[in-house]
Ligand binder design. Structure first.
Ligand SMILES: Nc1nc2c(ncn2[C@@H]2O[C@H](COP(=O)(O)OP(=O)(O)OP(=O)(O)O)[C@@H](O)[C@H]2O)c(=O)[nH]1
Ligand SMILES: [Mg+2]
Length: 563
């Protein structure tokens, strides 16, 4: 019979042969049925093969868009990235929220330390990095300033060494003086605790202040615990104080408030994260993976968004300590004398990154779990360059299935250039609220000036000539509060003149300046996209990010010659 002969003709060393071969006395009907079934199975197998092939081809064709986030330290790059994640990979974002609790704990301890150190040194010079120093900026020679500007503001563009630009756009360009940076005058030398000693204030009762400080001592212990958990053991830089390595005239000894304030905990993409993540035993879907280019030889380097090896503890010692110190912390922050000392020293803690003192009751509760807003407000400095990859989880129409690569860079601008290749768009963040502040890393440089020079070098960079630039004039909420509190833009930006010191006029003015630089310095004409943003605000940022997403996709299609 045909079936029998076919079966017998097959190689006899196949172990399935004996089992699968047709029965020797197979009837013609059974034979026909068997052949029919075999054909059906073959068709199914072919269909499966075709499916796999189609999927593979679809994956190949899948859109990969690359977005680069640029801007000075503390401009809001990582926060913008977190907004993308919150919107497009909400599951991963939610699962990571627990990890941010440790960062928030550290942020709280840091704020309290800043207050305590301001009390320790009531008569030291005004040291807030958030206010231009009284005289040092003006005392720098032009050459020294130019040198600092060149090394700080233009490291990414070899063609951009012209530092007169800030003056041109923001100063009375005619006289060439740098007197646009008029620092608010204060008289710190006359500070003493007694002069803040309002009758009800802690500062009026030094014994109770000392007792309160003693009760807050455990905060130092948990700070050390948190730093040890977050920072890899062989990482010196994280605990080194900038003032120690560079004598810039502002360095204090390590016990001073300034030194402490300059010290920031950061995370660096690297292998330690992998082990840390394993210990945390938190599941991260592939959507939230990050690959460090700096460590590209160490492939498969998967970690959560810069949050570290935290969150797995059932008994959370830092949270317990914070909980037990809550009344003292609240008393300290609410104290009228303390507030007036901080005010006089121009330490505006509310504007500092990672400020949670107004939420102490909630965030120190034992069951505290960070909200979306808390995660966006938390401060964790990025060091190095990390590429975060995710596929949009939620359906967003034609963008479904797009693979996003968002590159978030940290302070070291030397590492930016390799990422200018193959970019679809750049979001440049300029924190315009910082017009009266100086860089933490170089207190001779005004933050707005730094942003302007950086914007110019990005606009003029030839590698980016065909890349769409999106400008976020960020921290508009802080800007508005500053203007309302009476801080005048014209004291720092002379060319602002006597225009009204309100949000509408100030933002319009700054937008115009940034736009002019874009127009003048772009190698080829291109569109100018600019938004006034407060990227910590979820509601307003969602709309802006949707616009950016559409723009980036359009740009990507254009570049792929699909449009
Ligand atoms: N109030 C307010 N805070 C903001 C805004 N944007 C960012 N922040 C806060 O500012 C801090 C710094 O933001 P990051 O996103 O960490 O800044 P970054 O540019 O990534 O800084 P580096 O990692 O040092 O380069 C964080 O605590 C944010 O919550 C804003 O628009 N308004
Ligand atoms: Mg960052």
């Amino acid at each position: 019979m045909p079936g029998t002969s076919q079966a017998h003709s097959m190689a006899s060393d196949d172990p399935f042969d004996e089992i699968l071969k047709p029965p020797p006395n197979e009837s013609p009907e059974a034979f026909a049925l068997r052949v029919q079934k075999e054909e059906q199975a073959r068709q199914i197998s072919l269909a499966i093969d075709a499916n796999i092939k189609a999927e593979r081809q679809a994956r190949k064709k899948k859109r990969i868009v690359r977005l680069l986030l640029l801007g000075q330290s503390e401009s809001g790059k990582s926060t913008t990235l977190r907004q993308f994640q919150r919107l497009y990979t909400p599951t991963a974002f939610r699962e990571e929220r627990v990890l941010w609790r440790a960062i928030i704990q550290l942020n709280i301890v840091r704020s309290i330390r800043i207050i305590l150190e301001a009390l320790e040194h009531p008569s030291s010079p005004q040291i807030s990095p958030h206010v231009s120093p009284k005289s040092h900026y003006r005392n720098l020679s032009d050459n020294a300033r130019k040198h600092r500007r060149a090394s700080n503001a233009n490291p990414i563009a070899s063609t951009s060494t012209d530092n007169s630009m800030y003056d041109e756009y923001f100063m009375n360009g005619s006289n060439g003086h740098h007197n646009g940076h008029i620092s608010p005058e204060s008289d710190p030398d006359s500070d003493s605790l007694e002069m803040y000693g309002q009758s009800t204030s802690l500062l009026n009762n030094l014994a109770s202040l000392e007792a309160l400080k003693m009760r807050l001592l455990p905060l130092r212990h948990i700070e050390a615990l948190l730093v040890a958990k977050l920072v890899p053991p062989n990482e010196d830089e994280a605990t080194q104080l900038p003032g120690q390595s560079q004598n810039n005239g502002f360095s204090h000894n390590s016990t001073s408030g300034n030194a402490y304030r300059n010290q920031e905990v950061f995370v660096r993409p690297g292998t330690t994260w992998k082990g840390a993540l394993a210990r945390a035993r938190v599941h991260y879907p592939s959507a939230a993976t990050s690959i460090s280019r700096e460590d590209s030889d160490q492939s498969g380097n998967v970690r959560p968004l810069s949050a570290g090896n935290l969150g797995s503890e059932t008994a959370d010692e830092p949270q317990e300590v914070l909980n037990s110190c809550r009344m003292d912390m609240m008393q300290l922050w609410a104290d009228s004398g303390v507030r007036s000392l901080l005010h006089r020293r121009k330490i505006r803690l509310e504007e500092y990154p990672g400020f949670f003192l107004n939420d102490l009751e909630r965030v120190t509760s034992l069951k505290y779990m960070p909200t979306d807003d808390d995660v966006l407000k938390a401060r964790l400095k990025t060091v190095g360059v990390a590429e975060y990859r995710f596929e949009m989880e939620v359906s967003t129409g034609r963008e479904t299935g797009t693979d996003w690569r968002i590159v978030d860079v940290g302070g070291s601008r030397k590492t930016w250039v390799p990422f200018f290749d193959d970019v679809d768009a750049i979001i440049f963040l300029a924190p315009i609220s910082a017009f009266d502040q100086v860089l933490t890393e170089d207190r001779s440089v005004n933050r707005l000036e730094d942003s302007v020079l950086l914007w110019k070098s990005v606009c003029s960079n030839k590698l980016l000539a065909n890349v769409d630039l999106v400008l976020f004039l960020n921290k508009c909420d802080i800007l508005e509060a500053k203007l309302k509190s009476g801080i005048k833009l014209s004291r720092y930006v002379r060319t602002y003149g006597d225009r009204p010191n309100d949000m509408e006029n100030v933002s319009k003015y700054l937008r115009g300046k940034f736009s002019a630089i874009h127009r003048e310095y772009s190698p080829n004409p291109r569109k100018f996209y600019a938004f006034c943003t407060s990227v910590t605000d979820t509601a307003t940022t969602a709309g802006i990010i949707a616009s950016v997403r559409d723009m980036v996709i359009r740009q990507h299609l254009k570049q792929s010659k699909l449009m």
